[in-house]
Design a protein around this ligand. Structure first.
Ligand SMILES: NC(=O)C1=CN([C@@H]2O[C@H](COP(=O)(O)OP(=O)(O)OC[C@H]3O[C@@H](n4cnc5c(N)ncnc54)[C@H](OP(=O)(O)O)[C@@H]3O)[C@@H](O)[C@H]2O)C=CC1
Ligand SMILES: CCCCCC/C=C/C(=O)O
Length: 441
């Protein structure tokens, strides 16, 4: 049985239990400082649990978590409603209240980043919460629970409940006393979470699901830079990232040169021990994911795509896979349609801007897209024509705490990051009173 935290909210808990009088802001800032103090052990846990690069965890994920907490700490004491211009003799205003008890169900690919993308705005909003980490990566979430306690987060406010998806995760989604679920993971499980929410207490859900994001490279760009960007877009975090640029479309004028450079660079990409600073790609998270990626590679070969490089596991121990690039891919092939979540790129060619837009949108997903061009008109037209939650122009993975991201179409709905994400954890109450003899109406 899932034991729920009290329904009281952070601010109230602090007052009720007579803890040191701090608003969430102060606690969150302290939490951020503690994360930085514990950066080394956290980076080690991230690498051990998820196979992520230790260097990147220490440089990216861990300081990023502290930044996210600080960003939302800054918002925590600025949440307010509006005074309404009522049309009759009524005084009206809105309150933005915490939504209540939140269930965060998070995946294994960004155990730290995802934890704080969800927990920070919910804390700022004044919610209590349960976090269910993925079974592959529970360690760091437990360590964060420990740091939360040291930071002064009152007992019952931030609860980490490791467990399997079909039991612990499903219990959160269907629980009658959980007021909201925020989920990141596969589209299939997202659908189950939404169904469970609908058939229990109709709790609102936000879903950040899969992707098959296109990167469109126009022929006015520097080919070397474009090849670097395309490779990073698919190989960062071993391709285990929802916004990976897994479909790369290159304009015909530079296609041949681009392909040559891309393959050279992919062959030089260093795969191996995530604790070795020279390594750029560690092992896939587990055997299930490793097998799944290899089976997509076999599919690609059977479907008739041309394997330019990679395609095999590396070594006999661990779940390492070569950076893999397919060309002569057609849009009906599974490797062009399905999220592989691994270091496997589908490389395709296009002629015109219109064709590029059509191909980019030819997917059931809509999480992210990249555009590389020097032409402002092309950048503007294409960015407005693609149905995706975030568009990166001449950059990729340009995440920021202030920049909302999330899905169109089957990539889900609701936004993580930015002030936008606070709306996931707040609800609006209108308060109306009659007014008499007011000179102002
Ligand atoms: N958008 C993204 O960032 C992610 C996308 N994916 C995609 O999903 C594929 C499969 O990965 P997988 O790990 O199976 O992803 P899942 O969607 O199964 O897992 C994500 C989270 O949901 C939990 N979960 C699983 N089943 C249920 C359920 N019935 N009710 C509630 N929660 C549940 C998981 O718990 P548990 O760990 O116990 O299974 C985990 O915490 C990947 O290859 C990738 O394509 C995966 C992860 C992240
Ligand atoms: C470089 C920052 C990484 C942000 C990770 C966001 C990942 C989302 C996902 O895979 O769901």
């Amino acid at each position: 049985m899932l034991i729920l935290p009290s329904r009281q909210h952070v601010r109230r808990l602090i007052t009720v239990h007579g803890h040191v009088f701090l608003e969430p802001r102060g606690i969150m800032l302290k939490f951020a400082d503690l994360i930085e103090e514990h950066a080394e052990v956290l980076a080690v846990l991230e690498a051990l649990d998820a196979g992520k690069l230790h260097s990147w965890a220490k440089m990216g994920d861990i300081p990023g978590a502290a930044n996210t907490l600080r960003y939302y700490a800054g918002a925590a004491d600025k949440i307010h409603g509006e005074v309404l211009k009522m049309s009759r003799a009524l005084q009206g205003y809105t309150l933005r209240e915490p939504i209540g008890v939140v269930g965060h169900i998070i995946p294994w690919n960004f155990p730290t980043t995802m934890f704080f993308m969800k927990v920070s705005p919910a804390l700022a909003a004044g919610c209590t919460m349960i976090v269910k980490p993925a079974e592959q990566t529970p360690l760091i979430a437990l360590y964060f629970a420990h740091l939360a306690k040291l930071a002064g987060v009152p007992d019952g406010v931030l609860n980490v409940v490791p467990g399997f998806g079909p039991t612990a995760g499903a219990a959160i989604a269907s629980h009658m006393d959980i007021d909201k679920v925020s989920f990141t993971g596969s589209t299939d499980v997202g659908r189950q979470v939404m169904q469970a929410a609908a058939t229990s207490n109709l709790k609102p859900v936000s879903l950040e699901l899969g992707g098959k994001s296109p990167l469109l490279i126009f022929d006015d760009v520097d080919v070397n830079t474009a090849a670097d960007m395309a490779l990073l877009g698919i190989l960062f975090n071993k391709g285990e990232i929802c916004v990976a640029s897994s479909r790369v479309y290159v304009q015909e004028g530079i296609y041949d040169e681009f392909e040559k450079k891309l393959v050279e660079k992919a062959k030089a990409w260093v795969v191996g021990d995530p604790f070795d600073p020279a390594v750029r790609q560690g092992p896939q998270v587990d055997k299930k994911q490793f097998d799944r990626i290899l089976s997509y590679i076999e599919h690609g070969k059977r479907e008739g795509a041309t394997l330019l490089t990679g395609g095999k596991p590396i070594g006999k121990k661990g779940y390492y896979i070569e950076p893999t690039i397919f060309t002569n891919v057609t849009e009906d092939m599974l490797i062009a349609k399905n999220e592989i979540f691994g270091p496997v790129m589908a490389l395709m060619k296009f002629k015109t801007v219109e064709e590029a837009i059509k191909s980019a949108n030819n997917t059931r997903y809509g999480l992210a897209a990249g555009i590389m061009t020097k032409d402002l008109n092309v950048a503007n037209t294409v960015s407005r024509s693609i149905r995706a939650g975030i568009i990166w122009i001449n950059c990729y993975f340009a995440f920021d705490s202030d920049c909302p991201y999330g899905g169109y179409k089957m990539s889900g709905f609701g936004r993580d990051c930015g002030l936008e994400s606070l709306h996931n954890y707040l609800q609006v109450k209108s308060v109306v009173t009659p007014i008499f003899n007011s000179p102002w109406l």
